[in-house]
Design a binder for this molecule. Structure first.
Ligand code: NAD
Length: 497
């Protein structure tokens, strides 16, 4: 299979750098300049990513514009078949893609194999199916001899911008609904993790995706990202990333009144009531705090525990956290790999230092325990899962998104108090509630300011239902119907008979 040949190049590391190319109009095109991409587990440059700009966006817009009439005229059934073939090809290349994702991002190979890449395939498969099941509306006004009905049309060229934490997973979560609905796309993955998007391009022709339907342009946010967002012929932008970038994207798209979907950060609380089943709650909360090195927008970073079980919870939680092994991403016994970049590692560590300076206690992890790594990985961006306590709600560790393996644990007394404290941050993405009292979980879930609430579990997703955040966690939702709404225009037609 074509993707197999990529792996030896990647394994050669320093000697032979992996050179990515843009994919525009069905062709791989070199770029006039490149940026370095690092292997997070060694800190070495192993790949060169095109440093695209306006010129490449112009070319991609042209290709997407040309491809649009034919693609948008195909029936949903025909588009669905293409998406299903793409899902098959991603599944067939699962191992190659998982290895590449793990090397590029620093996540464990186990996670890439069991979550990231299967989900990327599922995204195509899911939208291949869901596109077949939408209906439009029709109403009548007999007294005026009128009937009204709605039609849906694709919006046009969709600009898709994705982050580095779940690279192929989040990119395909945008590409799949956009093309299923008949749009053509220009996608810009994160410059820190571009490899699997480039590998995906190698599968498109075989899947039957016509040239120009999916264009992938690589490079940095300020250069190529802004060129995409500001382009007048790209009327719809779907963005997943940080809140400051969303602010910039909103400003740039305002003059064109673009349709925007913004999936942003979180400061997600876990609320653990005294009647919670700790046997289930503790391992799930360790996972929700530290999975993917804590680099998931849905990760828990504030744990509120009811006071009479606080000491017991804390003791068991720290014990369980200490068992999470940080290691080489390829090590099957590792629960955590490396963080994405040196700059990010330093940022995450700085939060732990700030907490300590404020008088908080660091119970395990950064600055407390020793991290032992093979010689080759000592310049990698590793850090231990870290638990902070005795921290005030006003502390930056309890207010700001850290996006790393750091979680705070604090006690609470009453239901009313904990809801208020959980809601006291600017974000509103996800929350978890642990209790064996069903009416309590429903009551609390309803009052939490979060787009997603999991009770007695974490990160179980039903792709049909809306995904997204409130407050500074974003605008809009993604999911079967929501993505369809976003990637189509609706028109109401009135017929007098
Ligand atoms: P980021 O905002 O720095 O970058 C995201 C993407 O935007 C990248 O492709 C980047 O190159 C691009 N970008 C940066 N500046 C840009 C600009 N001026 N114009 C256009 N594009 C620009 O975010 P990140 O650090 O890659 O990702 C981490 C953030 O993403 C966290 O805040 C995390 O919570 C959030 N996130 C949210 C979700 C969600 O579904 N809500 C999922 C994953 C990650």
């Amino acid at each position: 299979h074509s993707l197999k040949s990529i792996l030896p190049t990647m394994a050669a590391g320093k000697k032979e750098l992996l050179m990515l190319e843009n994919f525009i109009g069905g062709k791989f095109l070199p770029c006039s300049s490149y940026i370095d991409s690092y292997d997070p587990s060694t800190g070495e440059v192993y790949c060169k990513v095109p440093n695209s700009g306006k010129e490449e966006i112009e070319a991609a817009v042209e290709a997407a514009r040309e491809a649009f009439p034919a693609w948008s005229s195909r029936s949903p059934q025909e588009r669905s078949m293409v998406l299903n073939r793409l899902a098959d090809l991603v599944e067939q290349s699962l191992e190659e893609l998982a290895q590449a994702e793990s090397k590029d991002q620093g996540k464990t190979l186990t996670l890439a194999r069991t979550m990231d890449i299967p989900r990327a395939a599922q995204n195509f498969r899911f939208f291949a199916s869901s596109i077949l099941h939408h209906t439009t509306e029709c109403t009548q006004m007999d007294h005026l001899s009128c009937m009204h009905y709605t039609v849906r049309t694709p919006v046009g060229i969709a600009g898709l911008i994705s982050p580095w934490n779940l690279p192929l997973y989040l990119l395909t979560w945008k590409i799949a609904p956009a093309i299923a609905a008949g749009n053509t796309v220009i996608a810009k993955p994160s410059e820190l993790t571009s490899v699997t998007a480039w590998m995906l391009c190698k599968l498109l022709d075989k899947a039957g995706v016509p040239p120009g339907v999916i264009n992938i342009v690589f490079g940095t946010g300020p250069r190529v990202g802004e060129a995409l967002v500001s382009h007048p012929e790209v009327p719809v932008i779907s963005f997943t990333g940080s809140q400051p970038t969303a602010e910039r994207i909103t400003q740039l798209s305002a003059p064109h009144c673009k349709k925007l979907s913004l999936e942003l950060g979180g400061k997600n609380p876990a609320i653990i009531f005294e009647d919670a089943n700790l046997e289930e709650c503790i391992p799930a909360t360790v996972r929700s705090s530290f999975a993917n090195q804590g680099e998931i927008c849905l990760c828990t970073s504030r744990i509120f525990v009811q006071r009479n079980i606080y000491s017991e919870f804390l003791k068991k939680f720290v014990e369980a956290t200490r068992k999470w092994k940080v290691g080489m991403p390829s090590d099957p016994s590792a629960s955590m790999g490396a963080l994405i970049s040196k700059a990010h590692l330093e940022k995450v560590r700085s939060y732990v230092m700030k907490a300590r300076a404020e008088g908080a206690q660091i119970l395990c992890g950064e600055g407390v325990d020793q991290l032992s790594l093979p010689l080759r990985n000592q310049a990698g961006y590793f850090m231990l899962p870290t638990v902070i306590t005795d921290v005030k709600d006003e502390s930056c560790c309890m207010k700001e998104e850290i996006f790393g393996p750091v979680t705070c644990v604090v006690p609470f007394d009453s239901e009313e108090e904990v809801i208020k404290r959980a809601n006291s941050v600017k974000y509103g993405l996800a929350a978890t509630v642990w209790s064996s009292n069903v009416s309590l979980t429903h009551r609390v879930a309803k009052k939490l300011q979060a787009g997603l609430v999991w009770t007695n579990c974490w990160l179980i997703r039903e792709l049909n239902l809306p995904f997204g955040g409130m407050k500074s966690s974003g605008i809009g939702r993604e999911g079967a119907k929501d993505s369809y709404d976003f990637f189509t225009e609706i028109k109401t037609i009135t017929v007098k008979h």
